[in-house]
Design a protein. Structure first.
Length: 177
């Protein structure tokens, strides 16, 4: 992806200070989603990093990971698996609790979503502390996926989330702040 395309994407992201709580600068990606050309650039850029690799399914994390993950699945011709917040999936699930900066959270996947040995890629909008992505990757590992890696639209490099997820496979992000 060209430097000018990356710059266009970067400048479309809106910083929202003190959302959802004081001290957090929220990276609002909705201006990218709302612009047909930027949306295409974002998905093409995320697809580029796994070009030529076998990918059978993409796991997307609730909720913005559903947007990026499912478009990426369409682009790459793979299936899509939602990793959802606790209590949302209707079938038999496997779940994990993970630590947030304050408190804990948990995500679940259907236990039959991945067939052992399938090549599975994780996708989400943003890598912050890596707690969420780390839990999703652990669930993928428990399902005996062959983990292709993880791809993010944005990485907040200063939070060091990459260290929590890089042991599972290659970590790619389109934009780093
Ligand atoms: P973490 O588990 O800390 O890596 O947090 C990752 C999840 O929280 C991602 O799915 C993001 O959607 C969301 N998130 C965390 N920090 C931010 C931020 N500064 N701006 C936008 N979304 C964020």
């Amino acid at each position: 992806m060209s430097a000018s395309s990356l710059e266009r994407l970067r400048s479309a992201i809106r910083d929202v200070p003190d959302f959802p709580q004081p001290g957090i600068i929220f990276k609002d990606i909705t201006p990218v989603l709302a612009d047909a050309e930027l949306l295409r650039l974002a998905i093409d850029g995320m697809a580029e990093v796994v070009a030529g690799q076998r990918v059978d399914k993409i796991v997307g994390i609730d909720a913005r990971g559903f947007i990026f993950g499912s478009m990426l699945a369409q682009k790459l011709g793979t299936g899509f698996i939602p990793a959802r917040k606790k209590g949302k999936l209707p079938w038999k699930t496997r779940g994990l609790d993970y630590a947030l900066e304050y408190g804990t959270n948990s995500i679940e996947m259907h236990e039959d979503a991945i067939t052992p040995g399938e090549h599975v890629l994780l996708a989400d909008d943003l890598l912050a502390t890596g707690g969420t992505a780390g839990a999703a990757l652990q669930l993928m590992e428990m399902a005996q996926a062959k983990i292709v890696g993880a791809v993010f639209f944005i990485e907040l490099g200063f939070l060091g989330g990459r260290d929590k997820v890089s042991s599972f496979g290659p970590v790619h992000s389109l934009l780093t702040f």
